[in-house]
Ligand binder design. Structure first.
Ligand SMILES: NC(=O)c1ccc[n+]([C@@H]2O[C@H](COP(=O)([O-])OP(=O)(O)OC[C@H]3O[C@@H](n4cnc5c(N)ncnc54)[C@H](OP(=O)(O)O)[C@@H]3O)[C@@H](O)[C@H]2O)c1
Length: 248
C-alpha cells in the first residue's frame, strides 16, 4: 500500500490494515488504480485523521471488523459527506454503509491479478449499482435482496470456514495421534475439490451417502471423547436424520 500517494487522483479510500484491506490495496495496485490507505494505527503513529487522509476520496471502503463498522462510521461523521461508505461484510445490513461482499477467502498472503479478477462480488439490491461503485473492476457481480444476506453468508461460512476447520482437525489428528505426516492428505483434498468442481452434488461419497450404519457407528465410537463427535452426528442428522436414530 502507498498511504497518501497521489491523493488528488485517488477515487478510493481504504480504511483498515487487516487482511481484506491489504488484499484490496494489492488488487488496486495490480490494476494501477490510485487509492488512499488509512488505519487507526496511522492515526496513532502519525496523527493523521481519517477525515484528513480521505478528504479527496469519492468512495470509502470501510474494511474493518464487522462489529466495528457501524460504530466507526457513527464516530466519523466527516466521512458521510461523501457517497455512502462501502463495507465488505457478508452478513451486515445497515443504512450507514452499503455491503459489497467478495466471495472468497483472504488469508495472510496476497494473490495475483487473475485470482482477484475472477472473485465474484455479491451486492445489496436497491442501493448504488456496481458501475457506480467499481466501474473499473472487471469482477463478476450479482445482487441479492438485503434480507437474504444472512442466509447467503451462512452458506459461505459453512462451506468455506467449516471445511477449513475440519481439514485442520484432520491435519492435527494425523500428526498428533496417528503419527502420519499431515501433507499426505493433500492429494485427497485436491481430489475432493476436483470432484466438487466437476460433478458438484454427485461428488459426495462415504458412509452417510451409502447409508452405511455400521461404519457410522464405528466412526462415532472412535470420536467418543472428542468434541468433533457432535459435529459428525450433526452432519448425519442434517443429511439423513433417520439413519442416526438407529445408530445411537
Ligand atoms: N478476510 C476474509 O477472508 C474476508 C472475506 C470477505 C469479507 N471480509 C470482510 O472484510 C472486513 C475486514 O475483515 P478482515 O479479514 O480484514 O479482518 P482482520 O484481518 O481481522 O482486520 C480487521 C481490521 O479492522 C480494524 N479494526 C477493528 N476494530 C476497529 C475499530 N474500532 N476502529 C478502526 N479499525 C478497527 C483492525 O485494526 P487493528 O489492526 O488496528 O486492530 C484491522 O485493521 C470484514 O467486514 C470482513 O467480514 C473478509
Amino acid at each position: 500500500m502507498e498511504p497518501l500517494s497521489q491523493p488528488s487522483a485517488a477515487r478510493y479510500g481504504i480504511i483498515g490494515s487487516g487482511r481484506m484491506a491489504r488484499h484490496m490495496g494489492r488488487y488496486f495496485d495490480l490494476l494501477a488504480l490510485p487509492y488512499v490507505a488509512w488505519s487507526r494505527r496511522m492515526e496513532q503513529n502519525a496523527s493523521v485523521s481519517a477525515g484528513t487522509a480521505l478528504a479527496t476520496c469519492e468512495i470509502i471502503l470501510v474494511l474493518i471488523s464487522d462489529g466495528a463498522i457501524e460504530p466507526f462510521i457513527r464516530s466519523h461523521q466527516e466521512l458521510l459527506h461523501q457517497k455512502t461508505p462501502i463495507h465488505f461484510s457478508g452478513s451486515l445490513v445497515t443504512p450507514l454503509a452499503q455491503g459489497v461482499h467478495p466471495l472468497s477467502s483472504f488469508a495472510e498472503d496476497v494473490y495475483d491479478l487473475d485470482t482477484y479478477r475472477t472473485i465474484p462480488f455479491i451486492c445489496e439490491g436497491g442501493r448504488s449499482s456496481w458501475a457506480e461503485i467499481f466501474p473499473d473492476l472487471p469482477n463478476p457481480h450479482y445482487t441479492i435482496a438485503p434480507h437474504l444476506k444472512p442466509l447467503y453468508h451462512s452458506m459461505a461460512v459453512m462451506a468455506g470456514n467449516f471445511t477449513t476447520l475440519l481439514w485442520n482437525k484432520l491435519f492435527a489428528t494425523f500428526e498428533e495421534q496417528l503419527h502420519l505426516p499431515p501433507q499426505i492428505a493433500i492429494p485427497y483434498l485436491k481430489q475432493i475439490c476436483h470432484n466438487l468442481q466437476h460433478t458438484q452434488v454427485n461428488a459426495q461419497t462415504g458412509p452417510i451417502t451409502r447409508g452405511d450404519r455400521q461404519t457410522i457407528q464405528s466412526n462415532l465410537e472412535a470420536l467418543n471423547d472428542d468434541p468433533f463427535r457432535e459435529v459428525y452426528a450433526a452432519f448425519v442428522n442434517a443429511v439423513t436424520p433417520d439413519l442416526l436414530k438407529e445408530t445411537k
